[in-house]
Design a protein around this ligand. Structure first.
Ligand code: RFL
Ligand code: PHB
Length: 390
């Protein structure tokens, strides 16, 4: 088989890139190691920046998102027993974020792809990129007992943090930077109206908590937990009790509960691999970088990478110019590092660190006080939360 762009991974970055390329007449094939149902069963991000919304529209997959997604103009920072609202729109000249689940966005993109007739190979084992240093890269994978080969002009490694594309790069050609945080997030989904119509990021002596949502009748809640915690030790009742303790009293009293239908623990990590281009292979999204979820940036960074790469590939095919491809890594990384900084900062401000002493604790309190009393400080938070421009 031959295509122009072979995409490894059918997550948000692979699907978004694939749909934009298809729309521009640039043929592409997506190969994923898991199946369609598995991909649609993953519960992850929930907050989309306007730039991400614009790219989904450009991929012609935005109709349901605009009908069912919830535009949010602010969120609450809860501490000292009360809410402190961050008015995103007032602080950023009218910008908003869209609360719409990654699972739904993925479903919309998959359906668009199926309607366009572009090929996705699911359940492909042993996917491997080859010869991306030269002019004729190709992918191999195993399916139905035989080895298949896709020849292409470019490979897009959209295969997430545990994928093969980054691992295929010789160590000497790549620099990686990593920070692991000393706690995780225990998250649940439940079919109940959210406790508040806006997100609540709570800093409490017992640890961080986040009240988010997927719709007006489906809630997504998280609590900070030690890394040693086991999911089986967390009954729904224990989770709800702990969440209530970390929220201001009026929210704790209003909290509606129901049996959870998803429960998982996520580790928090900052990670960047540099550069993001190796000859004719590009790393995109979580394959190149991970941020802790506190700033809601992971999926949005995957989208901004796609924006830069798509522009470069269009320039290559339509204007016969390498210029956009040459600058992909530099442009993407400049934005990535600002989001890494913001996610680290918001994680540091909102969580209780097990090794924090009195000094760190008092600095955190001063930071929260400053954020909620200085328009300049709140503006910096809001500008980053709604997403820096591309
Ligand atoms: P994905 O989504 O991991 O998709 C990668 C795809 O590649 C496939 N794959 C392979 N295919 C072939 N061969 C292999 N060897 C392969 N290895 C993997 C996988 O099956 C999969 O289909 O990466 P992508 O597309 O770069 O998208 C990144 C986002 O998924 C991620 O950044 C976000 O989910 C992060 N994130 C959040 N981001 C936000 O912007 N806002 C949020 O509110 C937000 N909340 C979150 C989050 C991530 C979380 N977890 C669990 C990681 C909340 C959580 C709890
Ligand atoms: C979510 O809804 O899953 C979510 C929202 C905001 C975050 C992280 C996760 O910062």
């Amino acid at each position: 088989m031959r295509t122009k762009v072979a995409i490894i991974g059918s997550g948000p970055s692979g699907l978004l890139l694939g749909q934009l390329l298809t729309g521009a007449g640039i043929d592409n094939v997506i190969v994923d190691r898991v199946g369609r149902d598995y991909i649609l069963g993953r519960v992850r991000a929930g907050v989309l920046e306007e730039g991400t919304v614009g790219l989904i529209d450009q991929a012609k997959a935005g109709a349901r998102m605009h009908a069912e997604g919830l535009p949010h103009e602010g969120f609450s920072l809860a501490f000292d027993g009360r809410d402190h609202r961050i008015d995103l729109s007032a602080l950023t000249g009218g910008k908003k974020v869209m609360v719409y689940g990654q699972t739904e966005m993925t479903r919309d993109l998959i359906e668009r792809r199926e309607a366009s007739g572009a090929l996705t190979v699911y359940e492909a084992a042993n996917v491997l990129p080859h010869d991306f240093d030269g002019l004729k890269p190709y992918l191999t994978y195993e399916k139905d007992g035989s080895t298949q080969r896709i020849d292409c002009d470019f490979i897009a490694g959209c295969d997430g943090f545990h994928g093969v594309s980054r691992k295929a790069v010789p160590e000497r050609s790549m620099r990686t930077v990593e920070k692991i945080y000393p706690f995780g997030w225990l998250g649940i989904l439940a079919e109940v109206p959210p406790v508040s119509h806006e997100l609540i990021y709570a800093n409490h002596a017992r640890g961080f908590a986040l009240c988010s949502m997927r719709s007006r009748h489906r809630s997504r809640y998280y609590i900070q937990c030690p890394l040693t915690e086991r999911i089986d030790d967390w009954s729904d009742d224990r989770f709800w009790d702990e969440l209530r303790r970390r929220l201001p009293a009026h929210h704790a009293e209003a909290l509606l509960t129901a049996p959870s239908f998803e429960k998982s623990i996520a580790q928090l990590r900052s990670f960047v691999a540099e550069p993001m281009r190796f000859g004719r292979m590009f790393l995109v999204g979580d394959a190149a970088h991970i941020v802790p979820p506190t700033g809601a940036k992971g999926l949005n960074l995957a989208a901004s990478d796609v924006h830069y790469l798509f522009s470069g590939l269009v320039e290559y095919y339509q204007d016969c110019s390498d210029a956009g491809i040459e600058v992909y890594s530099r442009l993407a990384l400049a934005r990535v590092w600002k989001a890494v900084r913001f996610s680290w900062w918001m994680t540091t401000v909102m969580h209780r660190f097990p090794d924090a002493g009195d000094f760190e604790q008092r600095i955190q309190e001063a930071e929260l006080d400053y954020l909620t009393h200085s328009r300049a400080a709140a503006t910096a938070l809001a500008e980053n939360y709604v997403g820096l421009s591309y």
